[in-house]
Ligand binder design. Structure first.
Ligand code: TGC
Ligand code: FAD
Length: 407
């Protein structure tokens, strides 16, 4: 990393003095506790995580040891009451994701997979025994989970999945393959979604599968050009024997079980995008005030100010949407379609903000020393997982017309 351009602590930690910060004063709604949570997570990201980002990025890795640090910050299980902690407001969960994504989308993904997906699946659908056995240690980060829905042939259409759990006495035999599974090669357990009747999407159920079971194999995927600070694997199940109590007994039959968990992760992404936008805008604002061209700071040019205004506008729109979503969620009124709109449009906004910020950095903007290009590349993954833009617009089209156009 070149010395003169290295990010400083102040470039990353949110600053209430920065005029681009929280333009509509939405953070005035934060309780003292939410404010303290935000400062704690933001400070850890700026001080502890950011200095290692170039190393993680080049290695294409995020070490398992980060789990204990995130656990100590209180990042995992923030919507779950009991089992080693208490539930926080929806806004607090959003704030956690916002601050993690300010650092890197891979970091927020790590928390989403553990907390929004694996822990929530257990909390929604697990037995009391499963919850007591797993949730307390997942909260601290001592144990890690992953969420296995996607298959090589079935991403946008998970209902087509071929992974099959068949009865074997009182237990089950699991066969199949999953792809693109975050944290799978370092996880202690996987929430695996499988059909219990071949070819019947209405038979999909969730299973808690310990990753040391014979016949289960995790293969780390290589060659990712996006979300490099994240471990993503293929999982295969070759006649994996499961006990009867591996079934998530309260998981409904069909896709609504996994989709209920996806709602939680998509909600977190809508908030995470606010953090990615804020990081890009804050960093590039500092740059255009310092960097001179034609003997004046870049920030003095009208075209540059137009780009800054555009970035502020997208950032603010995303923040307003995420904040309102948290109110709808806390009042029990939040619809999956509202989450779809916020997920896809906040990702769209963040892609535009990151691209403008990268442009304003000129040549140095392609170096790992600066965040916008890294955010921009990461956002290719975020735009793809948890439902692509196309899928979420089709969800909205269905809500508006009553006709589904997926098939
Ligand atoms: P469809 O017929 O629409 O629905 C099947 C059943 O599910 C119910 N449902 C929902 N329930 C809860 N929340 C939602 N958002 C729901 N949407 C639908 C629905 O009422 C029905 O219930 P029931 O009782 O009648 O059975 O299903 P479909 O097969 O037509 O598919 C719909 C579609 C395309 C929207 C869905 O499959 C979809 O969302 N596809 C995208 C797949 C996706 O997002 N995968 C994500 C994998 S995990 C991941 O990417 C992690 S990345 C890491 C990170 O999060 O950071
Ligand atoms: P496809 O479904 O093949 O889609 C390809 C293109 O076709 C897209 O542009 C899509 O919008 C479009 N398309 C598809 N269907 C339609 C349609 N009906 N109408 C119009 N256009 C359509 N999954 C997990 O289960 N767990 C994880 O932890 C996880 N982590 C991930 C991490 C990363 C980095 C990535 C990239 C993916 C991850 N995924 C995970 C998988 C992710 O959810 C899928 O990649 C995503 O759902 C899209 O599926 P696909 O890649 O098969 O694309």
């Amino acid at each position: 990393m070149s010395k003169d351009t290295t990010l400083g602590y102040d470039d990353v930690m949110f600053s209430e003095e920065d005029p681009s910060h929280d333009f509509y004063r939405l953070d005035s709604k934060l309780t003292a506790r939410e404010r303290a949570l935000r400062e704690r997570v933001s400070e850890w990201v700026a001080r502890e995580f950011m200095p290692s980002v170039p190393k993680y990025w080049e290695a294409g890795d995020l070490p398992r040891s980060i789990a204990a640090e995130l656990g100590a910050l209180g990042v995992f299980g923030s919507s779950i009451d009991g089992f080693g902690g208490e539930s926080l407001s929806a806004r607090a969960t959003g704030i956690i994701m916002r601050e993690l994504e300010r650092g890197d989308s891979g970091l927020r993904t790590f928390a989403s997979v553990q907390s929004s997906l694996a822990m929530n699946a257990l909390s929604f659908f697990g037995s009391e025994v499963q919850k007591s056995q797993w949730l307390p240690e997942m909260r601290t980060g001592e144990r890690l989970g992953c969420f296995a829905l996607t298959e090589p042939g079935f991403g946008s259409n998970p209902g087509g999945m071929e992974t099959l759990a068949t009865r074997d006495g009182s237990g089950w035999i699991l066969n199949g393959r999953k792809k693109w599974i975050g944290n799978a090669d370092i996880a202690d357990m996987a929430i695996v979604w499988a059909k219990t009747v071949e070819g019947d999407p209405a038979s999909i159920r969730g299973f808690l599968v310990e990753t040391d079971r014979p016949g289960l194999h995790a293969e780390l995927m290589s060659g990712k050009m996006s979300l490099r600070c994240a471990r993503t694997s293929e999982l295969s199940f070759d006649r994996v024997s499961l006990p009867a109590d591996a079934l998530l007994e309260r998981s409904p039959s069909g896709l609504s079980g996994p989709l209920r968990c996806l709602n939680e992760a998509r909600y977190g992404i809508a908030w995470g995008m606010v953090g990615a936008c804020e990081a890009c805008l804050q960093e590039v604002r500092g740059h255009v005030l310092r960097r001179e061209s034609f003997d004046v700071p870049l920030g003095a040019f009208q075209l540059v100010q137009d780009k800054l205004a555009e970035m502020l506008t997208f950032t603010t729109h995303s923040h307003v949407l995420a904040d309102r979503l948290s109110e709808l969620k806390d009042s029990g009124q939040c619809l999956p379609e509202q989450i779809s709109l916020a997920k896809y449009s906040n990702v769209d906004n963040a892609r535009k903000v990151a691209a403008l910020a990268r442009e304003l950095f000129g040549g140095v903007g392609i170096l790992i020393d600066h965040s916008p290009m890294r955010h921009l590349i990461n956002l290719e993954s975020v735009a793809t997982y948890e439902g692509t833009r196309d899928i979420h617009r089709l969800v909205l089209g269905r809500a508006l017309t009553g006709m589904q156009a997926f098939r």
